[in-house]
Design a protein around this ligand. Structure first.
Ligand code: MRU
Length: 350
């Protein structure tokens, strides 16, 4: 199994995704501030992995708190939550995880045996439960989504929505993994995903790890491959799905969705329920993270663009719901109109 992140007795251990695929090294975050730092610098990335990292960061922060009273511990909780919430704005899983940890913390505070140690232990357990639940959700998405893929053919994916973006198995790559496990002959086309190259570096690395046939393409090659008939389906992940089914995901996803529609290719989004944000009515309201210009102007320390040129670096875009053939979740496969299918599943007991 790919060890994306792990709770240890010394802190939270992360596989350093900024160094892949050339180096397999680890970063040990020994404070909640360091967990926030690894999220900002994308040592760990991917919506579900960011959420569980934040939950572990909260558990770590509470464990190390010097609070003398429960009131001080509560103030510390809010400071820790604020720091982690300010790391990356788009993936709603981050805020979902913080809210869940806060709800657990408040329940614990209300109990008679509310010592600092008992609260810490319960919060560590909660974060570990979220870790396990994330893997189970990915496996369930895999089981639902595999049926949608062809028995044989090319599947395009964008960015990395794999084991590296989750606690294991992956969302979009989980669907592909499950299809391969069922004996389907899938060939993956991985968009390189400029500027951070999650496709070229991470998706390629993790699929080779599992011996799934994979070809990396530059982001501007997808249309041509679709026209040649090499791609039978697209599967991507999501950072936030609004109540109307609009999908925020890695910049460039919107391009792929339009291309898929033009070529009559199904466009699937795989995401756990923690990525669904029914409080946000449409994609227009989703905050889009702007990343530093240096990610575009430089690669591996080498300058690519002339000094003084203007740079844009939005990390995500929004694909309107009308381009999405189906949303694959651990609670089933949703079809349009999403405003109805999302609300219907939300109303069912989990
Ligand atoms: O900037 P990143 O690498 O965190 O962006 C990741 C993505 O856009 C993924 O597709 C998304 O988080 C889903 S991961 C299962």
């Amino acid at each position: 199994m790919i060890p994306t992140l792990e709770w240890t007795s010394q802190g939270v251990r992360f596989l350093d995704q900024t160094k892949l695929p050339l180096e397999e090294t680890y970063v040990l975050a020994t404070s909640y501030q360091q967990v926030a730092e690894v999220i900002v610098t994308m040592v760990v990335r991917g919506a579900p992995a960011i959420g569980v990292s934040a939950a572990m960061g909260i558990a770590l922060g509470i464990q190390q708190s010097q609070a003398a009273t429960l009131e001080e511990l509560e103030a510390d909780f809010e400071q820790i939550a604020k720091t982690l919430a300010s790391t990356r704005p788009t993936a709603v899983n981050l805020f979902w995880a913080i809210d869940r940890m806060r709800a657990r913390f408040r329940t614990l505070l209300a109990q008679p045996e509310r010592t600092h140690q008992a609260i810490t232990e319960a919060l560590v357990r909660e974060a570990q439960t979220m870790y396990e639940e994330d893997i189970a959700a990915c496996k369930a998405m895999g089981a639902y989504g595999a049926a949608l893929l062809p028995a044989e053919g090319g599947v395009l994916t964008h960015c990395n929505a794999g084991a590296l973006a989750t606690c294991g198995y992956g969302t979009a790559l989980g669907v592909i993994r499950a299809a391969v496990e069922q004996g389907k002959k899938i060939h993956v086309f991985a968009d390189e995903t400029r500027p951070f190259l999650q496709g070229a570096r991470l998706t390629a690395w993790e699929l080779l790890h599992d011996r799934i046939p994979t070809t990396v393409i530059c982001d501007n090659m997808a249309a041509s491959l679709m026209r040649q008939g090499k791609i039978q389906a697209v599967v991507v992940g999501a950072d936030r799905i609004a109540a109307n089914g609009d999908v925020a995901n890695k910049i460039g996803t919107y391009n792929v969705a339009i291309l898929a529609k033009e070529h009559g290719i199904p466009f699937y989004v795989a995401a756990p329920w923690s990525t669904i944000d029914l409080d946000t009515a449409s994609g227009a309201l989703i905050p889009i993270e702007q990343r530093p210009a240096v990610e575009v102007t430089h690669h591996a320390g080498k300058q690519l663009t002339p000094d003084g040129v203007g740079i844009e670096n939005p990390a995500f875009d929004v694909t309107p719901a009308k381009y999405v053939t189906a949303i694959i979740t651990e609670r089933g496969v949703l079809r349009p109109p999403y405003i109805e299918s999302l609300a219907e599943i939300e109303a069912q007991p989990a």
